[in-house]
Design a protein around this ligand. Structure first.
Ligand code: X6L
Ligand code: MG
Ligand code: MG
Length: 167
């Protein structure tokens, strides 16, 4: 299982996320399997910025995690992401959350995503694309969410209709 997290809080957030998924789908070495609904989420980290739309998708690929990361960063660039302030607003952010059971801790890439288990904006959409699979210390997203005090910052927004995905 390979899981990617997507987030947007600049411009047309819904179109940005759809375009990102479509570009990943169009990549010859990547197939998009499952797409969560969109959720509208309160910003975490830097609070004075617009609300996000977040989603989680599962993909299949034989690309290494480093090559997959490069595809994610290229896609962010193509969608006009400008990195200025750390944690600042962005047209699109594409994070590798989980790459099978791989653990990596280096300068470029950390897998599983280090703050995965404490972010409702990741765990709630993730519940839709995996079937109660443990993702952190043997706990499923549902179990991890029970330990977080507040899911109220994450609100269902809409289902994503993507013509190219059988769901
Ligand atoms: C203390 C200090 C506690 C920093 C938390 C958490 C920083 C998350 C950055 C933190 C801290 C982040 C998204 C977002 C960001 C997103 C929503 C980040 C990086 N990305 N908020 N904030 N959705 N809702 O995709 O995740 S910036
Ligand atoms: Mg992120
Ligand atoms: Mg990122």
């Amino acid at each position: 299982m390979i899981l990617l997290g997507l987030g947007s809080n600049l411009g047309d957030r819904e179109i940005n996320i759809k375009k990102a998924i479509y570009k990943l789908h169009q990549h010859s070495e990547i197939s998009v399997d499952n797409v969560s609904s969109l959720y509208e989420t309160k910003p975490v980290g830097m609070l004075e910025q617009p609300h996000f739309l977040n989603a989680v998708i599962s993909v299949q690929t034989k690309l290494t995690p480093y090559d997959l990361l490069q595809v994610c960063l290229n896609t962010e660039c193509q969608l006009g992401r400008i990195r200025d302030r750390r944690w600042g607003p962005r047209t699109i952010d594409i994070d590798i959350l989980i790459y099978h059971n791989l653990v990596i801790q280096d300068e470029v890439l950390q897998l599983p995503h280090p703050r995965l288990h404490e972010r409702c904006f990741v765990l709630i959409p993730m519940q839709e694309v995996i079937n109660d699979m443990p993702i952190h210390q043997g706990l499923t997203p549902r179990q991890l969410l029970q330990k977080l005090n507040d899911s109220s910052d994450v609100a269902f927004y809409k289902r994503l209709e993507m013509e190219f995905i059988q769901s």
